[in-house]
Design a protein around this ligand. Structure first.
Ligand code: FAD
Length: 464
């Protein structure tokens, strides 16, 4: 705890408790830690100076971007030993290479600013998620974020060609190359992506850019079952190909919750249906072309009995309304037990049926809030207790429900963390469900890249 004073040349230091408060608690407000101080470097050199000092004095470092992560990865523990390294001041656009379709940015650039900078360059950066006004590209890469465009463009990993990383020893790995082919040995970039700040600090990234679609059109479909939603996905991919850029599933209960919490939400269908799908098509020709293609898809789906009703957005405003319905689900749910899981798409309907039967039998009265990026096999499968519970009872139930859900996910060859990562929230589950050999190899990598164990200790890898 008694390290010498911080060195010069590390940027802004915040150590007043009230100013540190937003940096030591997570987005949900449920995880709260403490820290020695918060440091906000302005340049890569300042990050390197800080990490050299942290290594010399064995001071743990918690890298933090927008602090929107949902697994507790950016929150320091309660010991007060760690320094929170906030990338917030490192938010510059470094370069755009139009011929190469790439853009190089500081890691602390907010995702929405990255999207806007791409648009100003007449290009499109497709990573898109509910927290995009606050989360940073460094955080997106460190959690390998997914979001709503994965179906067509892949997750953060697939959108990154190069990284600049500061190692725990304070050395700078210069990997900002915009290469689509580079087979020169082990892929270090891909080790840092998804590492949740446990191996080094990402300070810059070279990102892939795409042509800006001429039009983005959204549609809603009502389906009688999750199995029919999967048929619609296949049909959509067959008829729209790469134009189909989002495919989001929502249960009737999700829509009911949004209606209750946000009564101004417009009603899309006259009748209620068991499931809804939000589809987005990105068209390189025109809006009229996109609408025409969507109409053809929906007509075929209706004729084949795959869907029971459909609405194609008639304006950008209506498209936004459809997306707003989807995004409001996150804010409309009462406190519930959350799971961010993925499954082979072919097993999603089976999972939903099996899981609900197991849970309803074990815990009568519970409600399932099921939604997700179904086109990527990713479900946000949340379980609402039958009645409000005291904290200790909630946590006890949470443990049991997690176990039931993850056991079924594992039996169906799925993943218990699709896009939110492990952080501090799921280290125990990782120990339970990851193959021991995979865990041992992960520990070897951690030891090789962070031999002193100062990078985000206690996150991702279970202790012991
Ligand atoms: P932080 O929360 O600050 O950090 C996350 C992790 O990355 C921590 O472990 C931290 O130590 C590490 N880290 C941060 N920056 C760096 C860096 N520069 N170098 C090394 N390590 C670093 N996620 C999805 O994948 N898909 C979604 O659709 C989605 N929707 C969301 C909607 C809402 C409303 C909210 C609140 C969150 C959502 N998330 C989603 C989760 C979250 O926004 C993402 O995980 C995001 O990528 C985190 O970025 P951040 O900058 O906020 O990172």
């Amino acid at each position: 705890m008694h390290a010498p004073p911080l060195p010069a040349g590390i940027g802004r230091v915040i150590d007043a408790p009230e100013q540190m408060a937003p940096f030591v608690r997570d987005w949900s407000g449920h995880r709260i830690g403490t820290a020695r101080c918060v440091v906000q470097p302005g340049h890569t050199d300042e990050v390197a100076t800080l990490l050299r000092w942290c290594s010399a004095h064995r001071v743990p470092v918690v890298a933090q971007g927008g602090n929107t992560g949902l697994a507790g990865g950016a929150t320091p523990d309660a010991s007060g030993h760690a320094i929170v390294l906030s990338l917030a001041r490192m938010n510059r656009l470094r370069a755009v290479d139009l011929a190469n379709n790439t853009m190089t940015v500081d890691a602390g650039m907010v995702l929405q600013q990255v999207q806007e900078a791409a648009r100003e360059a007449d290009r499109f950066f497709p990573l898109s998620l509910g927290a995009q006004g606050s989360c940073t590209i460094g955080g997106n890469l460190s959690t390998n974020a997914g979001g709503t465009g994965v179906l067509r463009y892949g997750n953060a990993r697939e959108l990154c060609l190069g990284l600049e990383v500061v190692t725990p020893a304070g050395e700078v790995l210069h990997g900002l190359r915009g290469l689509r082919k580079d087979n020169t040995g082990y892929d270090l970039r891909n080790l840092y992506i998804g590492a949740e700040g446990t191996l080094g600090v990402i300070t810059g990234a070279t990102l892939k850019l795409f042509p800006e679609p001429a039009a983005r059109v959204t549609a809603m479909a009502a389906v009688s079952s999750a199995a029919q939603a999967i048929h619609l996905l296949s049909l959509g991919q067959q008829l729209l190909g790469a134009e189909l850029t989002a495919f989001e599933l929502m249960s009737a209960y999700c829509v009911e919750l949004v209606g209750r919490r946000f009564p101004d939400t417009p009603r899309i269908f006259a009748d209620a249906h068991p499931w809804y799908v939000l589809l987005e098509s990105s068209d390189l020709q025109s809006e009229a072309h996109a609408v025409e293609r969507f109409e053809a898809l929906m007509t075929t789906a209706l004729d084949q009995g795959v869907i029971v009703d459909a609405a194609i957005a008639q304006s950008q405003a209506q498209s936004l309304q459809f997306w707003q319905l989807r995004e409001r689900i996150a804010h409309a749910q009462p406190r519930n037990i959350k799971h961010d899981i993925s499954l082979p798409i072919s097993r999603i309907a089976e999972f939903l049926g099996t899981m609900e039967a197991v849970l309803v039998q074990a815990y009568p009265g519970i409600r399932i809030v099921a939604l997700g990026h179904m086109g990527d096999g990713n479900l946000h499968y949340n379980v609402e207790p039958a009645q409000p519970l005291a904290q200790a009872d909630f946590e006890a139930l949470e443990q049991r429900v997690h176990r039931s859900v993850f056991d079924v996910v594992e039996a169906m060859a799925g993943s218990m963390s699709a896009e939110h990562g492990i952080g501090s929230a799921k280290t125990g589950d990782l120990r339970r469900y990851k193959q021991p050999l995979a865990l041992a190899l992960m520990r070897s990598i951690k030891h090789a890249l962070d031999p002193l164990g100062i990078m985000n200790p206690g996150k991702v890898l279970p202790e012991g």
